[in-house]
Ligand binder design. Structure first.
Ligand code: WT7
Length: 652
């Protein structure tokens, strides 16, 4: 990316550093470097003392015997503790802040709903009773395929209330992808909604569920929340299987929290890996809760009066950790927005901030770059004086976007935290702390409490000063994934086998002279397109499921707006001829198989793909090719150098 031009280009601001203002520092939870250093040391040297103190306000029914035990891969956090996360996220606030807004929601067409902690609690209890009356028991998986409405948060918390691990599937996934996730999780209950608004159009969620379930008779119950009603999103209810949210009732069932052990799975969230099918990343109860609770409080300097807006969809981990569990366990007021940033126009985000007096905004670089294109007027028209802190997540933020975010949105007075983490890490692991550290554009910063990163070479040896390498973790942290659903071998193979003694993130990184971590991006076959994590293997398998395709390879190309654009190379079966119509059809095919967000930006036809002698596609060369560079590195393993030459000629 370093040699591209324009808004993701020039790294001229790389060396700049932005100190928090004296005013911010004075009111911050942590305002001195010594405090960070002392707490960080304590989190590594005496994790018992650190985590016990920092989680003291959470609701445990019985306290942990030990804070951390076991090895790295099988670390157990808060062993012996019993709890239900909803007691920390809801019940515990009822005595102090029952009437405080837990959730402020805006629908895309403009409706506003406000749910107090008491109301959110009541709705969660009601749905928990209904789930129990449907036969959902602790340990049963429940798939949630919904949009950005309060009911989705209620659904997640109701599952947690009854001890049923939820598996939220992002509403942008298509029927096949949804089916695969429901099947893998073994869920018998699916919670969905009739439709959601997106850019003024209806996304027909229930219809997609019907399609997914047409070959999945194992699902016993589908519960449909009617967000839009029959005028916009008519639905068909399958008798015996489907019922509406509005007609649910708890019967005799209890709404009491199911008290579970510390390592009871809280949720399964599917994410793309470098090979094969998506993995069900499992997060357990106590460690995850502790990690998101403590990180929300310190990274966002959260105070009781803050209004926190995380723009991520609940279908991704950011929505889980920093729209739902972290802010609610801290008793914060969260903002949730249903629709697109340009609805009705590009001023929507800024008006929303003004309307609800948002004080903390947490969004993605791809969104920031989209705003830059629209010009500063949209931002400048709104009163953003309520903002005091900005966050970035999901992909590396290019310094130009960082500076724009800082100056135009933050009016040069709000610190920015660039937070690095993953579905697997559960919580933020690299960041600056806003009252303590100077921020540097393009640099995630320093390790958060409990994280011990190491940048290593492929043989596990540490890199030299400022040298690039693989980003790993050297010890377990509380938010660490507890496994891959149904596939312990893959858990080991993916995360621990590559670099023995380390957790392998899949990212490349280096440290600057002051120890700040700069994450460059994925070095494995995982793409990050507009902040969406997409496995090349998934795209390729979607392509080869088309009758015309013999073979396919997917790679990322640097893109000004999306960070990476998705380019696919397709070899056709002999009876098919390349052409623009087929290219368009193949793009649509991928969108239908996976979801629109995975639709290739560019479909190219090739006679053959570059491969190693063992038959592995050398995506690295294709990546160089689409970036307009000569292939770097060793070409001696290429089975047929001619393939590469042909591809290059086609390019010219
Ligand atoms: C991948 C994880 C974790 C929340 C959303 C994404 C990239 C994430 C940053 C950042 C540079 C980042 C990494 C990581 N990433 N945050 N601040 N700087 N890269 O979760 O879908 O599991 O994706 O997103 O490449 O591995 P995810």
């Amino acid at each position: 990316m370093s040699d591209s031009v324009g808004i993701i280009g020039a790294y001229s601001n790389e060396a700049r550093s932005f100190e928090p203002s004296a005013a911010f520092r004075a009111q911050a939870r942590l305002g001195r470097l010594e405090d960070y250093q002392r707490l960080y040391r304590e989190s590594l040297d005496s994790p018992e003392t650190f985590w016990a103190r920092e989680t003291a306000e959470l609701s445990f029914r019985s306290p942990p015997r030990r804070i951390v035990s076991g090895g790295f891969e099988d670390a157990r956090w808060f062993e012996g503790a019993t709890l239900n996360v909803t007691e920390s996220c809801l019940d515990r606030h009822l005595t102090t802040s029952a009437d405080k807004a837990a959730l402020i929601w805006e629908g895309e067409p403009g409706e506003v709903r406000r749910l107090s902690y008491a109301e959110l609690h009541a709705q969660v209890v009601t749905l928990a009773r209904a789930l129990r009356s449907l036969g959902v028991r602790a340990g049963d998986r429940v798939v949630i395929y919904m949009g950005m409405v309060p009911e989705t948060v209620i659904a997640m918390l109701a599952c947690a209330r009854v001890g049923a691990p939820h598996s939220v599937v992002f509403g942008g996934f298509a029927a096949d992808a949804l089916r695969e996730r429901i099947r893998d999780s073994g869920a018998r209950v699916v919670l969905t909604q009739d439709g959601a608004w997106r850019r003024g159009k209806v996304v027909e969620l229930k219809r997609t569920v019907d399609e997914a379930l047409s070959t999945l008779p194992e699902v016993e119950h589908v519960v449909v929340y009617e967000r839009l009603g029959p005028r916009h999103a008519p639905i068909q209810l399958q008798p015996g299987r489907d019922l509406t949210w509005q007609e649910l009732h708890g019967g005799e069932a209890s709404g009491a929290p199911e008290i579970v052990g510390a390592d009871h799975p809280l949720f399964v969230l599917y994410t793309s890996g470098s090979t094969g099918k998506p993995k069900g990343v499992v997060h357990s109860t106590a460690g995850y809760l502790a990690a998101v609770h403590v990180s929300t409080r310190y990274v966002f300097d959260l105070k009781p009066e803050d209004v926190f807006w995380c723009t991520a969809d609940v279908g991704w981990v950011t929505g889980h950790s920093y729209l739902v569990y972290g802010p609610l366990s801290n008793g914060a007021t969260c903002v949730m927005y249903e629709g697109a940033p340009n609805q009705p126009d590009w001023g929507r985000f800024w008006q929303l901030i003004e309307r609800h007096r948002v004080s903390i905004l947490y969004t993605a670089p791809t969104a920031i770059r989209a705003f830059i294109r629209q010009g500063p007027e949209h931002v400048q028209r709104a009163d953003l004086s309520s903002l005091r802190l900005l966050g970035s997540v999901g992909e590396p933020i290019n310094p130009e976007a960082w500076i724009w975010y800082y100056e135009t949105v933050g009016q040069s007075r709000c610190p920015i935290v660039d937070t690095w983490w993953q579905t697997e890490t559960g919580s933020i692991l690299l960041t600056t702390l806003p009252g303590v550290h100077a921020a540097r554009p393009g640099s995630a910063g320093l390790p958060f409490f409990g994280a011990e990163p190491a940048i290593v070479r492929v043989d596990g040896s540490p890199v030299g000063a400022q040298e690039s390498g693989l980003l790993t973790m050297k010890r377990a942290w509380p938010g660490m994934l507890a496994g891959v659903w149904g596939d312990p071998a893959r858990y080991h193979a993916q995360y621990f086998a590559p670099i023995p003694g380390h957790y392998f993130s899949g990212d490349g990184a280096h440290q600057d002279a002051d120890g700040y971590y700069r994450v460059v991006g994925r070095i494995d076959d995982v793409l990050n397109v507009a902040g969406h994590r997409i496995g090349t293997a998934e795209v390729e398998s979607a392509l080869v499921s088309h009758p015309a395709v013999a073979e396919a390879a997917a790679v990322g190309r640097p893109d000004e707006l999306k960070g990476q654009a998705l380019v696919v190379f397709v070899c056709l079966k002999p009876s098919h001829a390349p052409g623009p119509a087929l290219a368009a059809e193949l793009g649509e095919h991928v969108a239908r198989e996976i979801g629109r967000f995975a639709k290739p930006d560019d479909v190219r036809f090739a006679e053959a793909l570059p491969k190693t002698r063992s038959g592995k596609i050398m995506r690295r060369f294709l990546k160089d090719l689409v970036a307009g560079q000569a292939p770097r590195g060793d070409t001696s393993t290429l089975e047929d150098l001619n393939v590469l030459v042909q591809l290059q000629q086609a390019e010219e």
